[in-house]
Design a protein around this ligand. Structure first.
Ligand SMILES: CC(C)(COP(=O)(O)OP(=O)(O)OC[C@H]1O[C@@H](n2cnc3c(N)ncnc32)[C@H](O)[C@@H]1OP(=O)(O)O)[C@@H](O)C(=O)NCCC(=O)NCCS
Length: 177
């Protein structure tokens, strides 16, 4: 696969027909149990499709050309929205990237970079000044932490110990856009 070919790397809003492909990509990362997958990501995507989440909630997909069928298919996707602050008030100038994932076979080919650029552009256009990304401290997300650092995100000093479970801290990355 050649991610440098512009025809194979366009981003667009997710569509209802993408749902199973998007959940498969997230499932294959091994980061979610089936219940978490459906409750966290499935319900969010359904909320976007049905309009029960506000229009600031965006999910975007990057497409690649299938080497077998030649059809454009999802290689990865993002979900982002204005951030809730500690008082649960919406901050329209601070956005949070709640999910980014690229299918196993397409990783390290530039698709994550394309998705993050797309997210940053849309957040900037919506008036966002900062993008926040929270992730886990475990080896399962080491690629993501290296990726955020490579993309100019600064790791915050605030680490929430055992946030996701025993020995699984929450680490926060922030970038001014
Ligand atoms: C994080 C993720 C989205 C990156 O996507 P990707 O398409 O592989 O990223 P890119 O190819 O655009 O990588 C850009 C740069 O990030 C860094 N990077 C990406 N993956 C890395 C890895 N496994 N180890 C070290 N650095 C890495 C490198 O600097 C890379 O540039 P290079 O390939 O020229 O060295 C992908 O690894 C993924 O889907 N991980 C599983 C899901 C996940 O953890 N999501 C985050 C949950 S919070």
């Amino acid at each position: 696969m050649d991610a440098s070919d512009a025809s194979t790397r366009s981003c667009r809003d997710v569509q209802e027909s993408d749902l199973s492909a998007l959940l498969n990509i997230a499932h294959d990362t091994g980061l979610f149990t089936p219940d978490e997958l459906d409750e966290l990501l499935g319900d969010t995507l359904r909320g976007i499709f049905r309009g029960t989440l506000s229009k600031e909630h965006r999910a975007r997909v990057v497409l690649q050309e299938s080497s077998i069928s030649g059809i454009l298919e999802p290689a990865g996707w993002t979900y982002f929205a204005p951030s809730d602050d500690d008082n649960d008030d919406l901050r329209m100038d601070v956005y949070e990237l709640y999910w980014i994932g690229v299918s196993h076979k397409a990783q390290r080919s530039g698709f994550g970079s394309i998705l993050l650029n797309d997210c940053e552009t849309l957040v900037r256009e919506a008036g966002g000044l900062k993008l926040v990304i929270r992730t886990s401290s475990t080896p399962a997300t080491s690629a993501a932490r290296a990726f955020y650092a490579d993309k100019g995100y600064e790791q915050s000093n605030t680490i929430v110990s055992d946030y996701y479970g025993p020995g699984d801290d929450q680490v926060t990355f922030i970038k001014s856009l």
